[in-house]
Design a protein around this ligand. Structure first.
Ligand code: DUC
Ligand code: ZN
Length: 460
């Protein structure tokens, strides 16, 4: 049976206009005045005065990941359930083989973790945490499997690569038309700062976490990667960008003529590092992530960059741990498992703090949550657009029904949200995944029906 969403405002990366949407066979058949053409058996859904966004894409999640001798609270089942409740109809998670393992092993493991369990569509980036001839040869198999984007780390001893290997890997990816995201922090100085903080009696303070990972050293790593990319002459992505200094390094690279794609996350736009000074350990530890939260001024610089179009995507870096898991670091801040839940709340947070508070418009929201990630990660126009021929992944956003975010009411197994008590402007009324009603007023319907996304190459 066909469905018509009637009376809403269809949002695109350029504008929003009142239009009906005709859905059939999982695809969008037509956008515009479709009532005259409506088949008599079409189901008509009244979405008057709601915004219709292309299903959100979260291109930065970590589900079922082992970190710090524990495993994330959310696996692919609960993580994608949370995702779809929050309007995210596609996620791209990071497959992560250990050093010494093959990429094929990492890919097989991620399929085992996710196949048959996902409530939304899903794909993987491949983490490159080792570099040798064998891994280089495997890259062709990755592209054949629909993995066209990769990630490298400049920090975390278990995953980081030296500059020489980053250079070689970037050249090999460029030759194949691949793109790479970088986690930018300076590993050496972080280690030295940690040793200093512990030696001076600050090892059990959560506030030592941001002090050990300064913004300027994130910017240093951003600049280093961009200089390597300059020599290779290839575009790169800076993931989870947190601060003004990093934006300046990115701007300088763009002035040199480089193409740099920038991702940030809601926590860096809405929260700040004063939260680490909460005398309640549990509350403070709940905000520990890397890179850490920064200052209000940094958040403002990110909003301005979003407005200028200098930030292309907002993903979440969803990497959830319960507050019980965060207890692991009560005596030693370096043992707090790093990461925040966020996959479920991104759309409402960005609508509220961005659109409703007039920091950005609907079109920018559509670009950074849907259209740009689809283009950047080779999913467009199947995903990221409400247009004839695209998958009927649609978020129906009601700007007039607000609510208060409560961790206990969310689907994520984290059991808390860093945005506890946040009052939203509007809310997600329903979500369609390939034409099927997947979420209705917060209730997730049906069964896990997510499909693996073999992705094409970057087209942004
Ligand atoms: N940062 C986190 O906080 N968690 C997981 C990975 C990362 O880069
Ligand atoms: Zn991450």
């Amino acid at each position: 049976m066909k469905t018509i969403l009637r009376g809403g405002f269809v949002v695109t990366g350029r504008s929003s206009k009142r239009a009906d949407v005709l859905i059939g066979d999982g695809k969008i058949e037509r956008v515009g005045h479709v009532m005259a053409l409506a088949p008599s058996d079409a189901q008509i859904v009244d979405v008057t005065d709601c915004y219709l966004f292309p299903g959100f894409i979260d291109a930065h999640t970590h589900f079922d990941l082992d970190v710090c001798n524990t495993t994330t609270a959310d696996d692919f089942e609960s993580g994608t359930r949370a995702a779809i409740r929050g309007g995210t109809t596609s996620i791209v998670d990071f497959a992560c083989p250990n050093k010494g393992e093959t990429l094929a092993h990492g890919l097989k493991l991620w399929h085992e973790k996710s196949d048959g369990k996902c409530w939304c569509d899903y794909g993987y980036h491949m983490t490159i945490d080792d570099w040798n001839d064998g891994i280089e040869r495997e890259l062709d198999d990755m592209f054949a499997a629909g993995i066209t984007s990769f990630k490298m780390y400049l920090t975390y001893p278990a995953m980081m690569l030296p500059d020489e290997q980053i250079y070689r890997a970037l050249k090999a990816l460029k030759a194949r038309g691949g793109i790479c995201g970088f986690h930018c922090e300076n590993a050496g100085v972080i280690d030295a700062k940690i040793a200093e903080l512990k030696a001076t009696g600050h090892g059990a303070e959560v506030s030592s976490h941001p002090l050990s990972r300064p913004d300027c050293l994130e910017a240093e790593a951003v600049d280093r990667v961009l200089r390597i990319a300059q020599v290779v002459n290839t575009p790169v992505i800076i993931v989870h960008t947190t601060n003004r200094e990093s934006l300046l390094a990115i701007e300088a690279a763009r002035q040199r003529g480089q193409t740099v794609y920038v991702e940030t996350c809601p926590q860096y736009l809405l929260l700040d590092d004063s939260l680490y000074y909460d005398p309640d350990y549990s509350r403070a530890a709940g905000y520990v992530c890397a890179p850490p939260l920064r200052t209000r001024e940094d958040a403002e610089a990110l909003w301005q960059a979003l407005r200028r179009g200098d930030v292309q995507t907002i993903s979440t870096d969803h990497c959830s741990f319960t507050l019980k898991q965060k207890e692991m670091g009560r005596e030693d801040f370096t043992k707090i498992p790093g990461g925040l839940p966020g996959v479920e709340t991104r759309g409402e947070l960005i609508y509220t703090a961005g659109v409703a508070e007039r920091r950005i418009g609907l079109a920018v929201m559509c670009r950074v949550l849907s259209e740009n990630p689809a283009k950047l990660y080779g999913l467009y126009p199947r995903k990221g657009a409400i247009a004839a021929g695209s998958d009927a992944d649609i978020v129906v956003y009601d700007p007039n029904v607000s609510h208060v975010l409560r961790g206990a009411e969310l689907a994520s197994k984290a059991g808390y949200t860093p945005f506890e008590g946040f009052e939203t402007s509007g809310s997600i009324r329903s979500v369609y995944l390939r034409g099927e009603l997947a979420v209705d007023h917060g209730e997730v319907l049906g069964k896990p029906n997510g499909q693996y996304l073999a992705r094409g190459k970057c087209a942004l």
